[in-house]
Design a binder for this molecule. Structure first.
Ligand code: PLP
Length: 455
């Protein structure tokens, strides 16, 4: 450890909390908390010095690449093969599918042009269509629901659990009816939905489970990768995701027939086994350029995921020493999480009633940009009526059926989360340093101490 001649207070302020804590007392965290509070300046929002200067980003820039990634891309470019559809060994897309299937521990991976395309492909493979209902959740990216609507079926939105912010599995069964065909739980933010409960409900009602793991790369449920627990799993490799290729996606699974149907849908209905055009089809193919980028990024994913695990564990340890901002509760079967959007719970009672939006504003000025959680309550989004007013929907669904849907389409807990308690940090924050984690907590303490002045 590097020796320092700094005074005690400065030492606490400027060094790793772990080190400072160990040096100061058996209960180092509490001591850090106290010292940090004593040392604290007024909030940057009120003219004080920010915890982090504006130009110092929290965590890492994204995406991360080096010359070897550029080389992989150039090789694809110079090959003169700019589109691949033969599904043969030497193709980049084929190779990348194999790599991702191995990483996920499944037999099959079907690469797609996007995560949205992956979700549509998976639902196509199990023949979801007009008149069907698919249970999903309200706090997800709109694409989860669009992919169902685009097949002229209806997504049914389930409310969130107030502590885990995940789909509330207790509310699923009451929304199952004779039209329900599938459940699409979303491992939202990268944390795991309660897959034990969901699989049991699906079994009881003979439903298909398609996991939306678009935000959950490398997360695990009982040591199996998220996306591989249900019948099929869908991933996004869009630029911001923890594994990315600009745009891109994948469906993974073990069922030979379903995965052949999925592959077929991405390429004009062709069965990848015998090339016969026997399935419904479209063109959702991944390009060799996307595959080249992805194969470069896959090399780093375990190391990056481990760093995120470590930083998140450290942040959680620090947060354990304060009140008012805490991590969301984990479903017990989650053995690892993804970090696309790490969700936290804000409790304004510990900030003298300071609203979440004002807290976020103050934190932003400190150089800690908390997001507003997942911040989507799809059940109340106008896009539902856009689809319902579509000519085909009017033809397929009676007014009575749609009116009943509207009456049942309520998710008050998630609205409360959006409004009052949901906070988030993006995956790239956890690619930073321990000091980054400490700065987050220091800034929270600073705002908490000064909350009266910020009201
Ligand atoms: C939960 C979820 N589902 C689906 C998607 C769609 O993925 P893509 O943007 O690659 O189409 C995303 C992407 O943001 C997502 O977060």
């Amino acid at each position: 450890m590097k020796k320092t001649s700094l005074g005690r207070r400065k030492f606490v302020r400027n060094t790793s909390l772990g080190v400072a804590g160990a040096a100061l007392s058996a209960n180092g965290m509490k001591l850090f908390y106290t010292n940090a509070v004593q040392d604290i300046d007024k909030p940057a929002l009120l003219g004080g010095t920010p915890v982090r200067p504006k130009d110092r980003i929290l965590g890492s820039s994204w995406p991360i690449y080096d010359d070897s990634d550029i080389q992989l891309y150039l090789e694809a470019f110079k090959s003169n093969i700019w589109s691949e559809y033969s599904h043969i060994e030497r193709e980049r897309v084929f190779q990348t599918e194999k790599k991702y299937a191995a990483l996920m521990g499944v037999n099959y991976c079907v690469a797609t042009s996007s995560g949205t395309a992956a979700l549509e492909t998976a639902q196509r493979a199990v023949d979801i269509g007009p008149g069907d209902e698919v249970i999903t959740q309200t706090n997800t990216f709109i694409a989860t629901a669009l992919s169902t609507f685009n097949l002229f079926a209806i997504p049914v939105f389930i409310d969130s659990d107030p502590e885990s912010f995940m789909i509330n599995a207790d509310l699923i069964e009451e929304r199952i009816n004779e039209n329900t065909r599938a459940i699409i739980p979303v491992h939202i933010g990268g944390a795991a939905a309660d897959m034990d409960r969901i699989m049991a409900i699906a079994k009881k009602h003979n439903l298909i489970v398609i996991e939306d793991a678009c935000q959950a790369h490398m997360g695990e449920w009982r040591n199996k990768k998220l996306g591989t627990v249900g019948d099929m799993g869908c991933f996004s490799f869009q630029a911001g995701k923890s594994l990315c290729s600009g745009e891109g996606g994948a469906v993974v699974g073990n069922d030979e027939y379903l995965m052949a149907a999925a592959k077929g849908y991405t390429h004009i209905g062709k069965d990848p086994r015998n090339k016969g055009r026997v399935f419904t089809g479209s063109n959702f193919r991944m390009t060799p350029f996307q595959a080249a980028i992805l194969s470069g990024q896959i090399r780093r994913i375990e190391e990056q995921s481990t760093l995120r695990d470590e930083n998140a564990a450290y942040l959680e340890k620090l947060l354990g020493e304060i009140k008012g901002v805490r991590p969301t509760k984990k479903n017990p079967g989650q053995t690892r999480r993804g970090y696309y959007i790490y969700q936290l719970i804000y409790d304004k009672e510990y900030f003298r009633g300071l609203s979440k939006s004002r807290f976020r504003e103050a934190m932003r000025e400190e150089g800690i940009p908390f997001g507003n959680g997942i911040d989507s309550s799809l059940h109340s989004d106008p896009f539902i009526e856009t689809y319902f007013s579509h000519r085909a929907f009017k033809k397929i669904y009676s007014k009575e059926r749609l009116d009943r849907y509207r009456r049942e389409n309520l998710c008050p807990v998630n609205e409360m989360i959006d409004r009052e308690t949901g906070l988030s940090l993006g995956q790239r924050v956890f690619l930073g340093t321990k000091k980054d984690m400490e700065d987050i907590v220091t800034a929270i303490i600073k705002i908490q101490k000064n909350s009266s002045a910020l009201l």
